[in-house]
Design a protein around this ligand. Sequence first.
Ligand code: DQA
Length: 140
Amino acid sequence: MKKILVINGPNLNMLGIREPDIYGKQDFAALEEYIRASARELSLSVSLFQSNHEGEIVDIIQSAYGLYDGIVINPAAYTHTSVAILDALKAVGIPTVEVHLSDINSREEFRKHSFVSIIAVKTICGLGFEGYRKALEYFS
Ligand code: DQA
């Protein structure tokens, strides 16, 4: 069974409370349950990680080296700022699919640039929770 690490970045733990018109009314626990259920259906083993801290996200990516077959990451706001997360993904060389709940290309100008897209094998935007399932399907 393939092992996939799913990483969610800052403020995604506030789903349901945070800008529900953009991110939906379901909370983060519901997202995690959706990801686990999708992984079960696709016969993938998943580990879930969320952090509001850039360095912790770098650490978890580094610790995935040699252990995971794929990474699914929603870097949230760090998408648009973090060379450190890009470099960590480059360092471990694990195929990575980037996910965003919202369509970052149809929002503010600053959201249109993603550092992670430079390394991602695929980027999925604007599908809400379903984007995570589509990302997992890439590895199934
Ligand atoms: C997001 C989009 C980012 O621009 C934003 O900073 C987030 C969430 C998304 O899932 O749509 O926190 O990654």
